[in-house]
Design a protein. Structure first.
Length: 524
């Protein structure tokens, strides 16, 4: 199947309803997984024909129907198809036409057909002995009742649309964050434009929360967390910087344990946790106040009750964010983790902030404790299970970190803006970078004797050849090739969390991941 049909059909590959890409000659050029499940293997072959699944009960043959539809297009048509097992099923078909060069294609989506509304008046028996009484007013028609299948189909459509929006949103945010963080890493601390760049990065981080919410809604199977040993000091330093410019007159105090224990966490999700907590802290301060961000090691020989959280014995790292704001009234404290509970004005606030915090932290096997006093402020404490292994502080790591390299990288993504951003970032740190906007073009690069590619960075979700298919073929061509895969979510079948770079990411996230995969030998 060629690249053009992949471009036409790529968005419907994972749709929950059957979809077919058909030539005007009646040859089926593409069928998604839902079509194969519903209609059988006859739609998946190289010579699959629409006529093979076209039910004889249709008033016209398949080719005749397509020709007449093109002359008088309709938004939908009721058609009958032969489904798996030989039975006949009726579908409400949404049809559109597209051209690639001189070739014409029909995109046919098969949606469950609602049952026809019966004509009650025509079906009712008559009483010849006496005329029926004339009603004073016509009885209202009952609303059509949708079947469970139809309702699920609508939900699948909504989820598919939401997934597409979330992925496109993440791609755009990756470009914004990548460029903003690259300039921030190069600009002097006293530059007058630095504060504006920080605000751009802060806005993009907030938008990333929305993309995460969309993705979490759209994926019914929660992706496995990408957790690895990390430094909460570093993460808190980076996150707090997003809030330290502009806004009310706030005094900030960072009190970090210099020898903080190591904890396993998913970096983007944990950053979203602290963004939500810090956002609440800033909003709680009207004119002026104080926010303290501190970390410490905690070792418990026996259980500890900290406000609403009961911690079992063990070793933890604690990240605390305390503000001197207005505080939370006692009757609201037991409800702060409830989804959609908020004391703020809607629709600006959706009441999901602390619910997300609780969900993310508990998914890390951690705990959230909240204490508050009216007029004195609120303290939120996040506890994560820890290992007795020290990590460097964020300040020292930022100064000592060498992110440069001299290896050759092949960057693959169907979004040109991400290819441009990634190439600029990596080249500015010494890497030689080549780009490809499709899996097939990437294969052509890998098959060349020169240049020798050291690292492949590929998006997972691409039309035509997917990232997974590209990785499988790349490993056959170059078994020793290092690989990083990116996406707005972790797809099933990829268990190498070390090689995963979640979108959206900053330039530093990209550089650290490349350095981590290539190892110290990649230094220039």
């Amino acid at each position: 199947m060629n690249t053009l049909t992949s471009e036409l059909f790529g968005a419907l590959e994972s749709a929950g309803w059957p979809a077919l890409l058909v030539e005007n000659t009646g040859v089926i050029r593409r069928a998604n997984a839902a079509a194969a499940t519903a209609l059988g293997a006859t739609v998946s072959g190289e010579t699959a024909l629409l006529s093979a699944i076209w039910a004889p009960a249709n008033p016209q043959k398949a080719e005749q129907f397509l020709a007449r539809w093109e002359q008088a297009p309709a938004q939908a048509a009721r058609l009958k198809f032969l489904v798996k097992g030989g039975a006949t099923a009726e579908f409400l078909c949404a049809i559109s036409v597209a051209h690639r060069g001189e070739q014409k294609y029909f995109l046919i989506q098969l949606l469950p057909a609602p049952p026809p509304v019966p004509n009650v008046a025509a079906a009712a028996p008559t009483a010849p002995s006496s005329p029926a009484p004339r009603p004073s007013a016509p009885a209202p028609s009952p609303p059509p009742v949708e079947s469970g299948v139809a309702l699920k189909q609508k939900l699948d459509c909504a989820l598919q649309l939401t997934r597409t929006v979330a992925l496109d949103f993440n791609n755009t945010l990756t470009g914004i964050l990548g460029h903003a963080s690259l300039v921030l890493s190069k600009i002097e601390p006293g530059n007058p434009w630095r504060s504006s760049l920080v605000e751009i990065e802060k806005a993009a981080e907030k938008a990333a929360e929305i993309a995460y919410d969309l993705a979490a809604f759209s994926w019914q199977d929660k992706p496995a967390a990408s957790q690895k040993a990390g430094n909460l000091n570093e993460l808190l330093t980076k996150t707090t910087e997003l809030f330290q410019s502009g806004g009310p007159n706030i005094m900030w105090a960072l009190q970090f344990e210099p020898k903080l224990y190591s904890a396993n966490f998913d970096d983007p999700k944990m950053q979203q946790t602290f963004v939500k907590i810090l956002d609440n802290a800033v909003q709680a301060i009207d004119a002026e106040g104080r926010i303290i961000v501190r970390t410490r090691n905690v070792e418990l020989a026996e259980p500890l009750q900290d406000a609403n959280a009961k911690l079992p014995p063990g070793r933890y790292v604690c990240a605390e964010i305390a503000d001197s704001g207005s505080g939370i009234v006692p009757e609201n404290l037991p409800r702060i983790f409830e989804p959609f509970f908020t004391t703020k004005q809607a629709p600006t606030h959706r009441g999901l902030g602390l619910a997300w915090v609780y969900g993310i932290v508990t998914n890390h096997n951690g705990f959230v404790a909240v204490s508050s006093s009216i007029g004195k402020g609120t303290s939120v404490r996040v506890y994560l299970p820890a290992q007795q292994k020290f990590v460097r502080s964020g300040a020292s790591q930022g100064k000592d970190e060498d992110l440069s390299g001299d290896k050759t990288v092949l960057l693959v993504d169907d979004e040109d803006l991400l290819l441009t951003m990634g190439q600029m970032v990596l080249q500015s740190y010494g890497y030689r970078v080549y780009t490809a906007n499709s899996g097939q073009k990437a294969i052509e690069w890998l098959q060349r004797p020169e240049p020798r590619i050291d690292l492949l960075i590929t998006d997972l979700v691409m039309p035509g050849m997917t990232g997974k298919e590209l990785i499988d073929q790349a490993r056959k061509i170059a078994p020793d090739l290092r690989i990083v895969y990116t996406s707005g979510y972790v797809q099933q079948g990829h268990n190498d969390r070390k090689a995963y770079l979640p979108k959206p990411f900053t330039s530093q996230d990209l550089l650290r991941k490349v350095k981590d995969i290539l190892g110290p030998s990649s230094a220039a």
